[in-house]
Design a protein around this ligand. Structure first.
Ligand code: NDP
Length: 244
């Protein structure tokens, strides 16, 4: 595990299930100090109890990434507790897939609000703190859908293309801050549970037959964090071996 001298202060969104939960476990067990958020506080506190029992350092905060003030809240709370934020991981996301012709406009807006505005809110909350301290690392979770589009996934992919564009722009604009885009292929999680469109649900069931454990993405994130200062892993694409 990381010696305390290199333990990082890490803010992580979407830690109540899937990739975020696995990432919280993995990074906390490496000795980092975590501040984790999501809407389901019961899930977060259960995870906190489990990790604290192992001697890990985990704080929780209920938050909705569509609310800028919630991200500002976790950032200022983390800064007040530890005096710095070394890493922000914008992981929270939703994926209610459907064909455009189904006109699920509320779900389109939800994806843009959570997946795009949520990431921007995280950046807005952490960037001033990181710039003032002269270092930082922002890790955004995109998807292979940031590079490729499939039927029923136009808006989801648009949201992830946007995360990729925002990440690359942020990287070029900030000399002292590392920016990493992590793009997983299919991962076992609750992400597809909220698909309401029957066609998209059936397609996703097929697609998900080959999936990564969320721990694989956690390890990719940990790899980017573990690089020496001045080394910025720009992008990581992580797919199951058997994916096309
Ligand atoms: P899950 O559905 O298991 O986890 C999503 C997390 O996001 C939950 O913790 C959820 O918490 C949180 N979340 C959703 N909406 C909000 C919100 N408004 N405010 C705060 N938190 C929110 O899915 P994954 O773990 O798979 O997804 C994590 C990320 O990985 C997403 O960005 C997703 O797009 C991306 N991804 C996933 C892939 C996959 O195949 N699973 C592939 C590629 C990328 P709560 O509901 O408690 O708020």
């Amino acid at each position: 595990s990381t010696p305390s001298g290199t333990a990082k202060v890490i803010v992580l969104t979407g830690a109540s299930s899937g990739i975020g939960e696995a990432t919280a476990r993995h990074l906390a067990r490496l000795g980092h100090h975590l501040f984790i958020g999501a809407r389901r506080l019961d899930r977060l506190t259960a995870l906190q109890d489990e990790l604290r029992a192992e001697g890990c350092h985990v704080e929780v905060m209920q938050l909705d990434v569509t609310r800028l003030e919630d991200l500002q809240g976790i950032a200022s709370q983390t800064h007040a507790t530890h005096g710095r934020i070394d890493v922000l991981i914008n992981n929270a996301g939703v994926m209610p897939l459907s064909p455009l012709a189904a006109l699920k406009i509320d779900e389109w807006n939800r994806m843009l609000d959570v997946n795009v505005r949520g990431v921007l809110h995280g950046i807005a909350a952490a960037l001033p703190i990181m710039q003032a301290q002269g270092h930082g690392h922002i890790i955004n979770i995109a998807s292979i859908g940031a590079y490729q589009v499939w039927p029923s996934s136009a808006v989801y992919c648009a949201s992830k293309f946007a995360v990729r564009a925002i990440s690359d722009g942020l990287r070029q604009e900030t000399d002292a801050i590392r920016v990493t885009l992590v793009s997983p292929g299919v991962v076992e999680s609750e992400l597809a549970d909220h698909i309401t469109d029957e066609t998209a649900r059936a397609a996703m069931r097929e697609f998900r037959r080959i999936a990564l454990p969320p721990q694989a993405v956690a390890q990719a994130i940990a790899y980017a964090i573990a690089q020496p200062d001045g080394v910025d892993v720009n992008e990581l694409i992580v797919r199951p071996t058997a994916s096309p």
